[in-house]
Design a protein around this ligand. Structure first.
Ligand code: AMP
Length: 138
């Protein structure tokens, strides 16, 4: 299967769809998940068009994990979370629902995790959370 440039994250990258932005640089974008599995659930994506980790260049992967580390530290501080989960799904068989590689940064514990990509998840004020997390970026 080839990369579908009509996926929702590609549209966010082209600013055709809105997002609650936390961080952006030349190669990366981080924003709030609209169906958070816990308050503060943040998504980090590379700008490189790649469906899964296996499609991403080595340089892209190296940059992505460095940004994930930075944003995760900010999420931890902003949400005053003792624990931070990272999740990265590859392929529909693993539960991937958006075909543009991304990391999930989720504060809290896997024992209190909301359902994945569920419209039943209650989102707090995502714009305020994005601002709060962004302010903790170093
Ligand atoms: P995955 O199933 O690992 O591909 O994760 C996709 C994630 O994207 C899910 O957690 C969804 O809640 C989230 N999501 C879907 N559409 C949007 C959107 N427009 N803005 C932010 N997050 C989204």
């Amino acid at each position: 299967m080839s990369y579908d440039s009509q996926n929702i994250f590609a549209k966010i990258l082209r600013a055709e769809n809105p997002c609650n932005k936390v961080y952006e640089d030349d190669a990366t974008l981080a924003f709030m998940d609209i169906m958070p599995q816990a308050p503060g659930h943040t998504i980090v994506i590379p700008k490189e068009p790649a469906m899964t980790l296996f499609d991403l260049s080595g340089a892209g992967a190296a940059n992505l994990i460095q940004v994930v580390q930075r944003v995760a530290a900010a999420v931890k501080q902003a949400m005053q979370a003792e624990g931070i989960m990272l999740m990265q799904l590859n392929g529909a068989a693993a539960g991937q629902t958006v075909d543009h590689i991304h990391f999930h940064i989720i504060p809290g514990s896997m024992h209190n995790l909301g359902k994945h990509a569920s419209s039943g998840n209650v989102a707090d004020d995502l714009a305020a959370l994005a601002e709060k997390i962004s302010a903790c970026l170093t």
